[in-house]
Design a protein around this ligand. Structure first.
Ligand code: ZN
Length: 253
């Protein structure tokens, strides 16, 4: 139970930060964490999935509840999240925590991302989705609904971006949230990036834990904010030069 309490502590911390940043209107945003330890609880009620995720067979996930507010998750992560176990075939799940909380409507996208991660065998276990105001605003500018132009801008605005997110972000054109279509597009994007930016909606990030997911989002949010601060002061930012970016990219940690 102490390992699970650690996860609730991480959720509380990140939900609180997201709330303070104003990225969580009403019940916006959701998380999922693939547990790396056993949980013995079971349920005989099986809920079918519209897509099978065979690589997630018997995996247990801590996910945010549908309709739950980030500000409530930040106060009481246990009552506003739930644990689900994927069936052995990967085609259904059961809720193994008590209560009437059901998973976020973005569960198909979260599971599709975890399935892709399991297929490639990398060590990300957490997925965070958030409505980051500055990043959504960028995708309302037609010029930046272009992955190359979007990344050129984000990388030029702040040294941390190229240092910690050298591949930049992947851009996903507008599609209906919760659909298989957007789940598939997001997976393709996250095969090559740690962050997927959904046009006019928000952002997904993947990392080994949700604190690191938050850091990735925070870094590119700052880049976007710097751009808008300069623009609102009546001048377009100069941006880091190619030489400066190259030198920053060569820093070893
Ligand atoms: Zn959303």
């Amino acid at each position: 139970m102490s390992l699970l309490l650690d996860k609730y502590g991480e959720i509380l911390n990140v939900a609180s930060l997201i709330q303070k940043n104003g990225w969580a209107e009403k019940n916006a945003g959701n998380f999922s964490i693939k547990l790396d330890f056993e949980d013995d609880r079971v349920s005989d009620v099986s809920i079918p999935l519209s897509t099978s995720f065979p690589m997630l067979s018997n995996s247990v996930f801590l996910v945010t509840g549908r309709g739950k507010r980030m500000r409530d998750i930040a106060k009481n992560p246990i009552e506003n999240t739930l644990l689900i176990r994927i069936s052995s075939k990967g085609d259904s799940y059961s809720i193994i925590t008590d209560g009437d909380v059901v998973p976020t409507s973005e569960l198909p996208t979260h599971l599709a991302i975890h399935n892709m991660i399991a297929e490639r065998g990398s060590d990300e276990r957490a997925v965070v989705h958030s409505h980051v105001t500055e990043l959504i605003a960028l995708t309302h500018i037609k010029e930046y609904c272009n992955q190359k132009k979007l990344n050129n801008l984000l990388l030029q605005m702040h040294p941390e971006t190229i240092m910690f997110i050298p591949k930049g972000v992947g851009f996903v054109p507008f599609m209906m949230p919760g659909s298989t279509e957007i789940a598939n597009a997001t997976i393709e994007t996250l095969k090559n990036h740690q962050i997927a930016l959904w046009e006019k909606h928000g952002v997904f990030s993947i990392a080994d834990n949700i604190n690191n997911c938050y850091d990735l989002i925070d870094i590119i949010a700052k880049s976007a904010k710097i751009y808008f601060l300069c623009a609102s002061a009546g001048t377009l930012p100069q941006g880091l030069s190619e030489k400066q970016l190259q030198e920053l990219g060569e820093i070893e940690f």
